[in-house]
Design a protein around this ligand. Structure first.
Ligand SMILES: [Zn+2]
Length: 243
């Protein structure tokens, strides 16, 4: 599903448009010139459907899978997609350590499976990470993509800001969603103060598009959505939760 020129939604679970497996995050294909990347990978159970959607998009070969954070709904599918696409996996140093170890405990998968969020037996396979991303810029064809560190939902979380001709497009992972919603978890690395700082930082970017890890894509005036969460934190309140 093409959202704007060269940006396609290629995975989405029940918190979104239900294109692929129910447990998948939103994953986006970003193509420009002769290059393409994926932002997030889904949980792996929807990988075949995601590969079909990538094929249908008619994009150039995918060179990299950019992982926002190590949670299973975003990262557990990275190994299978990277292998099928011949792509590298790039992630923050924190997420890379979890991915390379295939550490289902550190990824929160073990606890989330016990809580019934994931089906039993969902694999979190050791996944080679070719590059550890910090605050840095990368290019996809002629498109510039900035990796932005933003902890709070989880440790070692990255967002990606694309300098797209339709306007700034923010791939926010699980930091902030449409209508200013957030996802604070009862996990050791979910941190309200860090999330408030991250939302403040992202809201200052005034993106036009907000392409979050779950829920509806926002295709215009996304800064207004981020301002809802930012203003709640400034009032020393909590923004509404995603789910
Ligand atoms: Zn998450």
């Amino acid at each position: 599903m093409e959202l704007t020129d060269g940006i396609h939604l290629v995975a989405s679970g029940w918190l979104g448009l239900a294109l692929t497996d129910r447990c998948d995050c939103n994953a986006y294909l970003v193509a420009d010139g002769d290059d393409a990347v994926l932002v997030d990978a889904g949980c792996g159970l929807g990988a075949e459907r995601t590969l079909a959607l990538i094929e249908a998009a008619g994009a150039p070969p995918v060179s990299r899978v950019l992982v926002t954070h190590a949670h299973a709904d975003h990262a557990a599918g990275a190994a299978a997609l990277a292998a099928a696409l011949g792509a590298e996996v790039w992630a923050s140093a924190h997420a890379a350590a979890i991915l390379e170890a295939g550490d289902a405990d550190a990824a929160g998968l073990t606890d989330a499976t016990a809580a019934g969020i994931y089906p039993p037996g969902l694999a979190y396979r050791p996944t080679a990470v070719a590059h550890r991303l910090g605050d840095e810029s990368l290019t996809v064809g002629r498109l510039r993509l900035d990796a932005v560190r933003c902890d709070g939902h989880s440790a070692g979380h990255l967002a990606f800001l694309a300098h797209h001709r339709a306007g700034l497009a923010l791939f926010s992972g699980d930091v902030v969603f449409a209508r200013g919603r957030v996802a604070l978890l009862s996990t050791p690395d979910s941190d309200v103060s860090a999330l408030a700082a991250s939302v403040e930082r992202l809201a200052a970017l005034r993106p036009q598009l907000l392409l979050a890890g779950h829920g509806a894509p926002v295709l215009r005036d996304a800064g207004d959505h981020l301002a809802v969460a930012r203003d709640a934190f400034r009032r020393r309140a909590l923004p509404p939760q995603l789910a």
